[in-house]
Design a protein around this ligand. Structure first.
Ligand code: PLP
Length: 379
């Protein structure tokens, strides 16, 4: 990545070499998997093998995994078709106030269609409990949607416990989990969560943008999301994105084979936090993150957009929250009830197993210089 100091892996990840090679190969072998001659059968076989590789990392059967164009599409499919599937039960949905916009905006749209949505508030640490969720369930609850790893705090939500609480209340309630930040970032395979629907995205795990997947547990009968030629078992028509699928499969295989990737990611995050605290006495940790790759800090008195810009000018890439905020204060940190100076100064740092201590040192130096050169709005 040349001289870039990159600490924004939760926004997107560099495309792994294996994923690029697999993509180039799939582009050269351009057959349509639905065509009937041998050349096309190779493309179909490639899609099959990559679905199987991703399913293995997921801990599910290949037939339970449907390719989509991104995590946002997977979330939309799950929420809209999931709510529809259970419409007879009622029009109540439970989610959390700290979901990604892909879930929150879809819930808002469902509200406009007549659904009622309960947004569970997190505590000051960004946590939501199974007890809170259980208390929000109602006889007319059709669907629950809870993310696995929060993309701004790195907090891991107790999804498996929440699934148990929901199913104990009524097994017919569908449970969707946005695991876009959790795939290959938590030790257990995602199918073990017990959720009915799980969304993931390729570009967070070393594949290019433009590919995602939705896990649909066997027996959950969602209506087709895209109608047409009947691809993806008739549920999501459209000629398969063979090159993106090949690179998604290659990225997942490569990540799964990396030794100690979670431990290495957690170690560099801990190192960075230690160095930051030593160099910047004003810096506060909002969340050290349970997931190995994300943490959130704040420089109260500073404006994070300005800090991010100054760092960016020096080739240091961090985020003032989710990349989707575009300068708006984070709804996640606001829901946690952080004081305004903390909200204004919030930064998200996110890591990969390849992040190096020298890069962390460069980040710390750049942040200290930025803080020295900028005028804090508070004394
Ligand atoms: N959900 C979460 C938690 C995310 O972090 C993101 C992306 O940042 C998405 C959903 C959307 O995924 P995609 O960019 O693939 O649409």
């Amino acid at each position: 990545m040349n001289d870039l100091i990159y600490f924004d892996y939760a926004a997107t990840t560099p495309v792994k070499q294996e994923a690029m090679d697999a993509m180039a190969d799939a582009l050269r072998h351009f057959g349509n998997p639905s065509s009937r001659y041998e050349y096309a059968r190779q493309a179909a076989q490639q899609v099959k093998e990559n679905r199987a590789a991703i399913a293995q990392a997921f801990g599910c059967a290949p037939a339970e995994l449907y390719f989509t164009s991104c995590g946002t599409e997977s979330d939309n499919w799950a929420l809209r078709r999931g709510a529809e599937l259970n419409r007879r039960r009622g029009r109540h949905i439970v989610t959390t106030a700290i979901e990604h916009a892909a879930v929150l905006e879809t819930c808002k749209d469902l509200e406009r269609e007549g659904y009622e949505v309960t947004y569970l508030k997190p505590d000051r640490a960004g946590r939501v409990t199974a007890g809170q969720l259980a208390a929000a369930l109602r006889p007319d609850t059709a669907l629950v949607s809870m993310m696995l790893v929060n993309n701004e705090t790195g907090v891991v939500l107790p999804v498996a416990d929440c699934v148990k609480a929901v199913k104990a209340f009524d097994s017919a309630i569908l449970f969707h989990c946005d695991a876009v930040q959790g795939f290959l970032k938590v030790p257990q395979p995602l199918a073990k969560l017990g959720a009915d629907l799980v969304a993931v995205s390729g570009h967070k795990v070393g594949a290019p943008k433009g590919i995602g997947a939705l896990y649909v547990k066997k027996g959950v009968r969602l209506r087709p999301w895209l109608t047409g030629g009947g691809q993806e078992d008739g549920l999501r028509s459209g000629t398969e994105a063979t090159a993106q699928i090949a690179s998604f499969g290659a990225a997942v295989r490569a990540a799964a084979a990396e030794p100690n990737r979670l431990e290495r990611t957690a170690a560099i995050k801990e190192y960075t936090l230690r160095q930051l605290k030593a160099a910047l006495p004003r810096l506060e940790v909002i969340s050290a993150g349970d997931a190995p790759h994300i943490c959130a800090v704040t420089l109260p008195g500073y404006k994070s957009e300005v800090v991010v810009r100054v760092l960016g000018d020096r080739g240091v890439c961090v985020s003032s929250g989710s990349a989707c905020h575009k300068g708006k204060p984070s709804h996640v940190f606001a829901a946690m009830g952080l004081p305004k100076p903390w909200l204004d100064g919030a930064l998200r740092l996110s890591f990969s197993p390849e992040s190096a201590a020298e890069e962390a040192d460069a980040l710390v130096r750049a942040l200290r210089d930025a803080a020295d050169s900028l005028f804090p709005t508070l004394s």
